[in-house]
Design a protein around this ligand. Sequence first.
Ligand code: O2Y
Ligand code: MN
Length: 595
Amino acid sequence: MPHTKHAKLSAWVDEVAALCKPDQVHWCDGSENEYSRLTEEMIASGSATRLNPAKRPNSVHFRSHPSDVARVEDRTYIASLTRDAAGPTNNWVDPVELKKTMRGLYDGCMRGRTMYVIPFSMGPIGSPISKIGIEITDSPYVVTNMHIMTRVGKKVLAALGKDGEFIPCLHSVGAPLQPGEKDVAWPCAPIEKKYISHFPEENLIWSYGSGYGGNALLGKKCLALRIASAMAKREGWMAEHMLILRLTSPEGRRFHIAAAFPSACGKTNLAMLQPTIPGWKVECIGDDIAWMKIGPDGRLRAINPEAGFFGVAPGTSFRSNPMAMESIRRNSIFTNCVLTDEGDIWWEGMDDPCNHGIDWKGKEWTPAGGQKGAHPNARFTAPARQCPIICPDWEDPAGVPIDIFIFGGRRSAVVPLVTQSFNWDHGVYLGATAASEATAAALDVKHALRRDPFAMLPFCGYHMGDYWAHWFEMGDKLGDKAPKIFYVNWFRKSPEGKWLWPGFGDNARVLKWMCERVAGKAAAQESPIGMLPSKDALDLKGLKIGDAEVTELLRVDKAAWKAELADIEQFMSQFGDRVPARMRAQLEQMRHRLS
Ligand code: O2Y
Ligand code: MN
């Protein structure tokens, strides 16, 4: 029996097999049996360690090669037909040249290995917003992670039928085995042979040489953001680097929020927030990516295209994110953590200390050694359905109607706790000019502030100027049904260097003000940079915060904002005449308001 009646899919799989020359081909059915069998095989081969079932049932730990620990932006390419289509913020390579180079690498790259064919759906199968991908990989680690992060298997092939559209995603760890050669625990290729390549006009992804996260789980950053953003532009929808949550008021009114933040701003924490204000409830829909289409009612409807969380482990604790900690209690995969003497995992920032274990490099470890036990980009992979506050409608094929967009960044000064945009165009300007300070680990004094428009800088599959134009066009289509747009900064410090805002569950106080603005209930005052909460409009009941702190949190320093304007202008200049006139108009209006 053939695995599929889809002629184009069969032909592509045959073509890849002929090129990569695996020992065998396995079509993934997405079953629990398949997941368990592959996990057992990886434990038997020594690439995975089963965690103590009494501590963490049905869970495993992996250690990656020390050189293969994160997304590799320098080796990530947008190979559009022209350099201009990719824009100045993407690495562009001529697609013909790149394919030639990569075909050379793929030739025989799966020798000694199994080639897995993974049919997967991004989004609930059958949703008008979902898309189907097929990932071909020689990594069983990728297969088991894809089982958690996407919807995999026979039901996807059934939905694809004989001639449905799919996005081909080819992946190899780039480490063929000679006859009789023993495999290593984490096969991968050296950095100069890694390629994470996107061909946006063809909806095609080719990844080679890395087994880690965003480089290898191709449904996530490669498909759901880089390729999908280009498709969304062509087809009139939105693929955004956004969490999605539902906030319900004590009266039972539901608000749906989509929020974009650069890394290290607590995005997963916000997606699973536990409000400190009585009566308000958060339910999580997604923690990383939102796909949004205008629905029959004219409102913007969002789905989370993923089915799991691939979260940063260090810093995650019952204090910072109890719901994430509950989500990873079982059926989870951990990568590059500390393995404790009890057979559980640990990382820096967990609630209880760990006095002894095996570190992410496989060496005996104690905190006294002065080295971190877990890699700073250590990860957990956990099914979204295990989150205790997962929204009952998180898999609704119609999506949820978005009321509010939030942008933000980590800024110790200048940027107030919250501002509301004057209108859609001003909101697009706020998203486009979003910036964040590097965290201590990556601090580069010269470039401490990184502009990251819509948190999409590493993920937009085409020219950033055209992406901004797309946002303006979506606003025109949505008209008065467009979500309201806000900008937040949870990280402002006092002149003495103390955090002014408690963050975490207290961020719900800021979300409450936003919802009340949408409902036409909360007061705001105009400032040169946007609408700020009026005095007493923020619910601060029960919070130990002085008037002076609140004033400082909401202060607009005109001189500092003028300097900001110069920086924004400089940043925008790289996009030349692709900067939409409406964006330039926003810049001029801001200059005028500050003068
Ligand atoms: O380092 C990686 O491979 C993963 S990056 C990642 C993972 C989950 C959610 N977001 C991100 C990101 O870089 O934005
Ligand atoms: Mn992300």
